[in-house]
Design a protein around this ligand. Structure first.
Ligand SMILES: [Ca+2]
Ligand SMILES: [Ca+2]
Length: 458
């Protein structure tokens, strides 16, 4: 956690976001260190395409076992796919590494520590081996590996904790960009400590803020980039001279009154330039750093004098400006939102591209998320096609009698129907010729249609 020399919080009348550098990072002693006699994870799993490394702390000498596998075994040792022999550790900080893993396959893990006849398990976690371009990401949700709970933001979401330096900021459900929770800042100053040394980084987040009536002001500390939300001038960004000064230039003429704004900064620590993207579109490029001495990311400060909201904050090497695997989804959104891998067009080997799965409302990071249309017969012996649906997608069932000739035709009663999350059933009439069936899934508005081979009539 870094500490800034700051003005009195009551004197701050701006809404400002900064990517800052050059400050000291220390871990919070209180992070996770509540229970005794167990493994305390002190970092997210550090990943490569074939390995995962875990950092943990023990407050007492223990026999430690890292259980892992494709299924979550909970606290049942024999339910885990892999149960290597335990290692003896003294109290202190350690790392444990798994190697030879499959790229982007989902693995579960849990640590068991035995000391003095007492057994402690960590809550199970999950990871996918991959190039770890997502340095840090949070949606402020309770479902995260290091969860955010409703209430005071202070020190939540470790091991890269947030801190409320002034005013009030809490995690709540009142207004969110995505998911169930976001941060509400009620006139205050929020810091995130996040150290990253990558030469190019994307700092991406969603902000809901009416802006300040004051003119923008220069950050007082060593700073790469600075944004200012202004009621009169819209969204401004500092075009710095590298010497501690600069001028604010307009990015957007007005701020939206009733929704979150996605603002993404592409920070180039070698060129000392940054770009500002708004709602996924590049709006300003080649802005100068305020301070050329900014050589790495140390964190973000967000100050506001009104009530505002922050959601879906991330620091990543993956950007909005590339689709490296060519599957139609940009690298950043794949890593941050879709749970798919930016370097694999078909992340889970499902046979569909990640984009196709997103279009169909499926989870591209989940190998089991797939159309599994059933075909059976009802109590009268009539064949039925059962179609699972997802709300927000439109479905059409088609049939053909002979795959070697003729044309696919829509099943009249199953043409263009709106999914509702339930499984829809189509029953063939008695005596109908044997047919083959397939379906199409369409995005709202018909923006994109995918044809899926579903099942054939047996
Ligand atoms: Ca992609
Ligand atoms: Ca992909």
């Amino acid at each position: 956690m870094y500490i800034h020399a700051s003005k009195s919080p009551l004197s701050i009348k701006s809404s400002i976001l900064r990517a800052t550098v050059g400050l000291t990072v220390v871990w919070l002693a209180g992070f996770g260190g509540i229970a005794r006699g167990g493994v305390i994870l002190t970092d997210y799993p550090r990943l490569t395409e074939h390995s995962a490394s875990f950092s943990f702390n023990l407050d007492t000498a223990s026999q430690v076992t890292l259980f892992w596998g494709s299924a979550n075994g909970g606290t049942n040792p024999v339910a885990w796919q892999s149960s290597p022999p335990p290692n003896s550790y003294a109290a202190g900080n350690f790392t444990n590494q798994l190697t030879g893993l499959d790229t982007f396959r989902k693995y579960f893990f849990a640590f068991r520590a035995v000391a003095g006849g007492i057994t402690n398990w960590t809550a199970p976690g999950a990871f996918r081996p991959q190039v770890q371009g997502l340095v840090y990401s949070t949606g402020f949700e309770t479902s995260e590996l290091f969860p955010f709970n409703p209430g005071d933001l202070n020190n939540q979401g470790g091991p890269l904790p947030w801190r409320v330096k002034a005013g009030s900021a809490s995690v709540g459900t009142a207004t969110t960009a995505h998911g169930a929770q976001a941060v509400q800042v009620t006139g205050g100053w929020v810091d995130l400590s996040c150290l990253a040394t990558n030469p190019v980084l994307w700092v991406d987040a969603f902000y809901f803020n009416a802006g300040s009536t004051n003119p923008p002001m220069l950050p007082t500390n060593t700073t790469a980039a600075s944004l200012f939300f202004s009621t009169a001038s819209g969204l401004l960004a500092l075009d710095g001279d590298g010497q501690g000064n600069g001028v604010f230039v307009q990015v957007l003429p007005t701020l939206p009154a009733s929704r979150f704004l996605r603002v993404s900064l592409r920070l180039d620590y070698q060129a000392k330039h940054y770009d500002v993207w708004v709602d996924g579109v590049a709006q300003r490029t080649g802005l100068g750093f305020k301070d050329a001495a900014a050589t790495r990311l140390c964190g973000t400060q967000i100050r506001t004098s009104q009530t505002g909201y922050i959601d879906d904050y991330s620091v990543s090497i993956w950007g909005l400006d590339a689709d490296t695997d060519g599957d139609g989804l940009n690298d950043l959104d794949e890593a941050k939102f879709y749970g798919s891998y930016p370097l694999l067009a078909d992340s889970t080997g499902s046979g569909l591209t990640d984009m196709q799965k997103v279009t169909a409302g499926l989870d591209p990071g989940d190998a089991t998320s797939y159309f599994a249309v059933q075909m059976d017969t009802d109590t009268h012996g009539t064949p039925r096609v059962i179609v699972p649906t997802i709300t927000g997608r439109q479905y059409t069932l088609q049939r053909i009698a002979d795959l070697n000739g003729g044309a696919w035709t829509n099943v009249p009663t199953m043409s263009g129907f709106n999914g509702d999350g339930t499984a829809w059933t189509f029953s063939e009439t008695n005596g109908a010729p044997a047919s083959f069936y397939r379906g199409s899934v369409t995005l709202p508005g018909g923006a994109q249609t995918l044809i899926y081979p579903w099942l054939t009539n047996p």
